[in-house]
Structure formats: structure tokens, C-alpha cells
Design a protein around this ligand. Structure first.
Ligand code: KIV
Ligand code: NA
Length: 265
């Protein structure tokens, strides 16, 4: 198989091939996940919680992220590498361009940023400057202070409609992918049907175009945080780290994960 490129993502959605995404923070895990057939690897700002031991993603810096992207990039041969823009690195288009340039020069092929609103200008600014962007809506962990915690988003009609409108807006602004985190199954299904760009769910039900999990959650590693409902330990059924990644990939591609027990309705 050929290495993933950005244009192949829309092709996958059109062909009905589900996308398999996991996070990684170092070269050896990245190599293991890549060999196991993971399509997309994310250096998430979840690194603040699962690697650095913080209570939120807010302390993560651009320097931290560049370091982990450099490590992960050395382990990949096929998977497409996405990097999170950390908290406030996307506060203005100019700041976002500086940070995204460093992340792409470190080996990422795309940057991910949370939200819509003023971020639509940031998305357009980056895309016009040849930086592919993955959007992220629903539960956006960088909003934790305003939200007061991590919980399901878009449960009532007004917030659901807002999320659908935001999803159309980030796609129109030029995003290539959209991560949907902690949204009810029916809403994620509607958003996925609305858009020609792929949606990647995490706690967003089985109807997204792909699924993502944090590496530590895939392997049942205790990061000291409450385990959300959508988390499944694939190490138990996979028997090894490579086996866990393969079991996750197969379950996603066959539409077996997430099931109702790992989704919100
Ligand atoms: O930081 C991260 O790992 C993420 C995923 C959960 C999508 O943003
Ligand atoms: Na993130």
C-alpha cells in the first residue's frame, strides 16, 4: 500500500473506507501503530494529560508538540501525521501560521485545531498558505475552563443545530478532516452526512467516517483520569500492543467499534 496523502482522505470517504486513527507520542509506538495499519497518527495535546501528567491539555506548548512530532515522524512510513495546535497557538492567524509551520517542518502533514467562530479565519488563513487543517468540534478539551468539565456536547436542539452549522462552516473554510468528540450518535451521523470531508469520531458513535482513540486508552494504561464511556481496552482482545492496534483497526473498518455501550444517545 502507498503512504497516505491528504487528498486520499476525501477519496476514502467517497469509497466508504473507514479511517483508523490513534495518538502517538514517540517513535517506537508510532512505528508499531504504523505497522499495524493505522491510517492516521495524531500527536495530540492529550500528551499533556497522558505523558506529562497534567489535569488538562492547557499546559502543552508548541515546543513540547514540535518535540513529540519530531520523535513520532521518525517512526512512520505509511500513516499520515497530524499535530495538534496547542492552547492559544491558534489564537490569531499569525500565531497559528508560525506554530503550524514549525509542526510541518518537524514532519506533520496537517495540523488540528479546536472550535469554529473566530477559528474559521484561522482555518482559512492556514489553508490559503498550504497548511492542511483538521477541525475539532463537540467536546473541545481546550475549552475546559468555560465548560467546567468534560461532558457530552450537543444534547439539546439548539446546541445540536449550532454544532451542525459549525461543522459546515469549518468544511467551507477549507478543513480537510473533522474530529467529533463526545457528541450523541444521531448528531454525529447527521454531521457526517452533511459533509464531503471525513469525520473522525471519539465518543461520537459508529456512523462517523473514522474513529480515533488515545493510545493509553487503547492499551488500558492508567493515566490517572476518569475513563470516559467511549474508551475500550483493546489490549485484552489483541493480546499484544501490535495486536491491540490491529484489533482496533479491524473493529473500526468493520463498523463494530464503537458499539452502543461505547456511544452516547
Ligand atoms: O489530543 C488528542 O489526543 C485529541 C484526540 C482525542 C482527538 O485531540
Ligand atoms: Na487534542
Amino acid at each position: 500500500d502507498k503512504p497516505w496523502t491528504v487528498p486520499m482522505l476525501a477519496d476514502a470517504k467517497r469509497d466508504g473506507r473507514r479511517l483508523v486513527m490513534l495518538t502517538a507520542y514517540d517513535a517506537s509506538f508510532a512505528r508499531t501503530l504504523d505497522n499495524a495499519g493505522t491510517d492516521l497518527i495524531l500527536v495530540g495535546d492529550s500528551l499533556g494529560m497522558v505523558v506529562q501528567g497534567h489535569d488538562s491539555t492547557l499546559p502543552v506548548t508548541v515546543d513540547d508538540t514540535v518535540y513529540h512530532v519530531t520523535c513520532v515522524a521518525r517512526g512512520l512510513s505509511k500513516a499520515l501525521l497530524i499535530a495538534d495546535l496547542p492552547f492559544q497557538a491558534d489564537a490569531t492567524p499569525e500565531r497559528a501560521l508560525d506554530a503550524a509551520t514549525r509542526l510541518l517542518q518537524a514532519g506533520a502533514a496537517m495540523v488540528k485545531l479546536e472550535g469554529a467562530g473566530h477559528k474559521l479565519d484561522v482555518i482559512r488563513f492556514l489553508v490559503e498558505r498550504e497548511i492542511p487543517v483538521c477541525a475539532h468540534l463537540g467536546l473541545t478539551p481546550q475549552s475546559v475552563l468555560r465548560l467546567g468539565g468534560y461532558r457530552v456536547q450537543g444534547r439539546d436542539d439548539a446546541t445540536a443545530e449550532k454544532l451542525r452549522a459549525d461543522a459546515r462552516a469549518v468544511a467551507a473554510a477549507g478543513a480537510t478532516l473533522l474530529v467529533l468528540e463526545c457528541v450523541p450518535t444521531a448528531l454525529a451521523q447527521a454531521v457526517t452526512a452533511d459533509l464531503s470531508i471525513p469525520t473522525i469520531g471519539i465518543g461520537a458513535g459508529p456512523h462517523c467516517d473514522g474513529q480515533v482513540l488515545v493510545l493509553h486508552d487503547l492499551l488500558g494504561v492508567n493515566s490517572g483520569h476518569r475513563r470516559p464511556k467511549f474508551v475500550k481496552d483493546f489490549l485484552a482482545e489483541g493480546g499484544s500492543i501490535a495486536g491491540a492496534a490491529e484489533a482496533f483497526a479491524a473493529a473500526v473498518r468493520e463498523g463494530r467499534f464503537p458499539d452502543a455501550a461505547h456511544s452516547y444517545d
